[in-house]
Design a protein around this ligand. Structure first.
Ligand SMILES: NC(=O)c1ccc[n+]([C@@H]2O[C@H](COP(=O)([O-])OP(=O)(O)OC[C@H]3O[C@@H](n4cnc5c(N)ncnc54)[C@H](O)[C@@H]3O)[C@@H](O)[C@H]2O)c1
Length: 379
């Protein structure tokens, strides 16, 4: 005879938070903490990487200390290669050895690598502690720091180990873009162009008309303040309209994966020599060309996508060192793979997404079709 008990655990949660966009937002962060943004937090861990530490991590730490907050800085070597379980474990051990507990708050200061890793740590440390994101890259602003997805890479795949953990607030510091290496800034433009491709034809046209105001044709950063603000605002709005409807990626959120089936595979097989946005740029081109083949886009629309990516200083071609076989094999580790079949999400022209049977946004594409397309675009 067995007995069973039903555990009633229905929850109503409110994970709403504010994204503040502006220049030099440290004073605003301090004011928020003084006004009780994170009730109950008595210790603050500023988590950053080695490049961001002297520029923004230490200055924020000093300001926190000057304002009477108990805070310490925890740093790891900058770069995608550090976004691992090992780095997370090392930081956790450091926090524990310095008596951080459930009453702490994590402040992630940096780009997507920092907010992904620190957010994952916040989601599991003490079974979950509050966190704030202070985004210092365009890619962080456009994508990584907002939406609540956190995680690390493993030798087999990128970002598959992680948790959903929403921050208490996100600060997008447009002034921080001025210290970014141009390659990193352009990498962020790839996610920006992706957002325009999937949701907003007008924003796509705005980018076609104004891309030269942020980066010159010979690859110098111009960063016209008004254009930067428009870019940040549109990125947040488009991402949020999607995340609000499907926080845990049951279906709609998959559209944010545009360009990522090939993009993530390329990023990994390049050994992270290609930056995330650079890999996504080539992934967007592959998706657009495949879309033309399958009848979802016209040649002219695909050309506009390729041309905008190139004007943004982004690559449109698969590096010669990566074979089609390597690329397709890696696509099988993509999180959208179901029953061993590679899936893509596709643009429906420019500014909208294609839906398939039962309203699904992703669709399986046969390996032979992908291989044939890759051979064609290399040719
Ligand atoms: N969670 C998500 O939803 C999501 C979405 C997209 C991308 N991502 C992740 O984001 C990461 C890429 O983000 P990223 O491009 O910001 O990477 P990153 O954090 O590695 O930053 C890029 C480089 O710029 C440096 N840097 C950061 N800010 C700087 C500044 N203001 N001035 C000078 N140098 C600065 C960093 O030290 C690093 O060397 C990837 O790991 C990707 O998987 C996550």
């Amino acid at each position: 005879m067995s007995q069973s008990f039903h555990v009633e655990l229905k929850k109503v949660v409110d994970h709403s938070y504010t994204i503040e966009i502006g220049e030099m937002l440290f004073p605003s962060l301090i004011r928020d903490l003084q006004q009780g943004l994170v009730p109950g937090a008595s210790k603050f861990a500023v988590i950053t990487d080695s490049s961001v530490e002297p520029l923004y991590g230490r200055p924020l730490l000093e300001l926190l200390l000057q304002n009477g907050f108990a805070a310490e800085l925890f740093s790891f070597p900058s770069g995608e290669k550090s976004k691992t379980r090992e780095t997370k474990a090392r930081l956790e051990d450091e926090l524990l050895s310095r008596s951080y507990g459930r009453d702490c708050c994590i402040i992630a200061v940096g780009g997507g690598a920092v907010t992904d890793l620190a957010g994952f740590l916040a989601g599991t440390f003490g079974r979950g502690v509050p966190s704030l994101n202070y985004a210092t890259t365009l890619l962080g602003a456009a994508d990584a720091s907002v939406g609540g997805k956190t995680g690390v890479n493993t030798p087999v795949s990128t970002n598959l180990i992680g948790v959903f953990h929403q921050p208490r607030k996100v600060y997008i510091d447009l002034a921080a873009w001025r210290t970014l290496p141009v390659r990193e800034f352009c990498s962020g433009l790839a996610e920006t162009i992706k957002h325009a491709c999937l949701a907003d034809a007008e924003f796509f046209r705005y980018l076609e008309d104004n891309i030269g105001k942020v980066v010159s044709p010979d690859g110098e950063l111009i960063l016209d303040p008004e254009t930067c603000e428009q870019i940040a605002l549109h990125n947040c709005r488009i991402k949020y309209e999607v995340v609000q409807q499907d926080e845990h990626e049951s279906n709609l959120r998959q559209i944010l994966n545009l360009g990522h089936t090939a993009g993530r595979a390329l990023e990994a097989v390049s050994g992270y020599e290609l930056l995330h946005g650079e890999a996504v740029s080539v992934g967007l081109v592959i998706q657009a060309r495949l879309g033309v083949k399958l009848g979802y886009m016209t040649d002219g629309e695909a050309e506009r996508v390729v041309s905008l990516l190139q004007q943004a200083g982004l690559p449109a071609e698969i590096p010669a060192s990566i074979t089609n076989r390597m690329l397709v094999d890696k696509m099988y580790t993509d999180k959208k793979v179901r029953s061993g079949r590679i899936r893509f999400v596709f643009q429906d022209g420019i500014g909208a997404m294609k839906t398939f049977a039962d309203g699904a946004y992703s669709v399986p594409v046969e390996e032979e079709t992908i291989m044939a397309l890759l051979e064609e675009i290399r040719g």
